[in-house]
Design a protein around this ligand. Structure first.
Ligand code: RB5
Length: 152
C-alpha cells in the first residue's frame, strides 16, 4: 500500500497518533503533516497542505482529523480535484470510496472512538472505486462542473 498523508489539529492529535500506529502495524507508512504534539494550529493550514499534495498526485489517499472532521473536510474540498468525506460509520466509509472516489477521509476525535475510527480506516482503505461502476459518470460530472466553476 502506498504512503498515506495524514494531518490533524490540536483537537485530534491523539486520534492521529492512534491511526498512524494502527497503520504501522499493517505495514502502511504515513507522512505526517502535523500538528505536532502540543502544537496549536489552524486546521485550514493543515487541510490545504494535505489536499494540495493529493491534488498534485503526491498521495493517492490522505486522512484528516480535527474535532469533528467537518472543518478539515470543508477546506480539503475547496482544492480542485479533491474529494474529501467525513465518515463516522462503516457504510459511509465504504461508499465514500465506491460511490464518490473520495481520496481523503475525515473524522472527528470529539465524535468517534478510536476503535471505530481504526475500523473505518480499514474499510476505507480496502474499498476501491471502479471506473466501470454506475458512479463513474457522477464523479466525472463533479470534475466537469468544478472546472467550469473555476473558470468563472
Ligand atoms: C477546534 O478548533 C475545532 O473547531 C476543530 O478541530 C474542528 O472540529 C473544526 O471543524
Amino acid at each position: 500500500m502506498e504512503t498515506i498523508a495524514i494531518g490533524c489539529d490540536e483537537a485530534a492529535y491523539n486520534l492521529k497518533v492512534a491511526i498512524i500506529k494502527h497503520l504501522g502495524t499493517l505495514g502502511i507508512r504515513c507522512d505526517d503533516f502535523g500538528a505536532a504534539a502540543g502544537e496549536v494550529i489552524l486546521y485550514p493550514d493543515v487541510a490545504f497542505k494535505v489536499a494540495d499534495a493529493v491534488a498534485a498526485g503526491k498521495y493517492k489517499r490522505a486522512i484528516l482529523v480535527c474535532g469533528t472532521g467537518l472543518g478539515m473536510c470543508i477546506c480539503a474540498n475547496k482544492v480542485p480535484g479533491v474529494r474529501a468525506a467525513v465518515c463516522h460509520d462503516p457504510f459511509s466509509a465504504e461508499r465514500a470510496r465506491m460511490s464518490n472516489n473520495a481520496q481523503i477521509l475525515c473524522m472527528g476525535e470529539r465524535v468517534i472512538g478510536v476503535e471505530l475510527a481504526k475500523k473505518i480506516v480499514d474499510i476505507w482503505l480496502a474499498a476501491e472505486f471502479s471506473e466501470k461502476s454506475h458512479s463513474q459518470p457522477k464523479v466525472q460530472r463533479i470534475a466537469e462542473l468544478e472546472q467550469e466553476h473555476c473558470k468563472r
